[in-house]
Write a protein that binds this ligand. Structure first.
Ligand SMILES: [Zn+2]
Length: 302
């Protein structure tokens, strides 16, 4: 059992100049642009405060461009921070932070590898300690919406699982300290949307710079369509999303036409400009919501 945050962290400052405030918690630089790039660009353009908290700098990520493959560890982390900064410029997002400050938590690498045993890695972090660092952000920003991964991290990566745990725990602790986040969402992709996109990909693959296609299992957060509560049409922000993904050049290659991309495994996968969510805390405002802030009341917005 952990003590709630100290009274000095209680919210109580002046009302925010932003009526709507969205907080996203991600594991590595690039996850935010792949999962939520269009959503972030849309809300930033509409005048909402968009705050991104990234848990690690992805120091163990594999690097795509041959000329950058000499970068490893801290050097790679520094480079990926510069990529994240460029991506946020593309999305119009000014408030992005690293959980606990730069270097506090390191990339854990994929499940089962030796990097997971490093005491500095996120997978080994004490969830309550890490959550307290996030509570500070929550009490400062007072978001009405939190977006993160499902308990499996979308696809089982240790840092993504841990990001889910930290975000969930921080929401609990922040509620005890005075700020209950009204709405919490998990990143999702509806199964039929993913299936149709992969079917199209098979047709388009010969024209792409990637040799093979990924499979549906490579896409995080795919669930039955019935679980989708909220659909954000990011069509108007498709080019901003693609530009943000391209800014993460060590991790992502976007194909010309911007309908497909590949990670370091060079397997083509669809680039979704409509983004999907499952509401897991808060009251559903419509059968299919088109706004993450749907149903947020004025009191919650002050
Ligand atoms: Zn990641």
């Amino acid at each position: 059992m952990t003590e709630p945050p100290s009274p000095s962290l209680r919210p109580g400052g002046p009302p925010s100049r932003f009526a709507r405030r969205l907080l996203l918690v991600h594991a590595h630089p690039d996850d935010e642009s792949i999962n939520n790039g269009a959503t972030m660009a849309k809300y930033a353009a509409e005048g909402a405060r968009v705050t991104l908290v990234t848990c690690t700098l992805g120091e163990h990520g594999e690097v795509i461009p041959p000329e950058l493959q000499h970068l490893t560890g801290t050097e790679l982390g520094e480079h990926r921070l510069a990529e994240l900064t460029a991506a946020m410029r593309e999305l119009g997002v000014e408030d992005f932070r690293l959980l606990g400050g730069q270097g506090r938590y390191e990339d854990s690498g994929m499940m089962g590898i030796a990097d997971n045993d490093d005491p500095a890695c996120l997978w080994r972090a004490d969830v309550d300690d890490a959550a307290r660092a996030l509570v500070e952000v929550i009490l400062e920003v007072r978001p009405q919406v939190l977006v993160t991964y499902d308990p499996d991290g979308g696809y089982g990566h240790p840092d993504h699982i841990q990001a889910h745990r930290i975000a969930t725990r921080a929401a609990e602790l922040a509620a005890r300290a005075g700020w209950q986040i009204p709405r919490i969402y998990w990143n999702r992709v509806p199964r039929t949307v993913a299936e149709e996109a992969f079917a199209r990909l098979q047709t388009d693959l010969p024209g792409l710079p990637f040799g093979k296609s990924a499979t549906l299992d490579d896409v995080p957060g795919v669930v039955d369509d019935a679980r989708i509560t909220t659909v954000i049409d990011g069509t108007a922000y498709a080019s901003a999303k693609a530009a943000a993904m391209r800014a993460h050049a060590t991790q992502i290659e976007v194909a010309p036409g911007e309908r497909y991309f590949a990670l370091s495994n060079e397997l083509a996968q669809p680039l979704f400009t409509t983004e999907y969510y499952e509401l897991v805390h808060g009251e559903r405002a419509a059968r299919t919501e088109s706004d993450l802030f749907a149903g947020v009341t004025l009191e919650e917005a002050s």
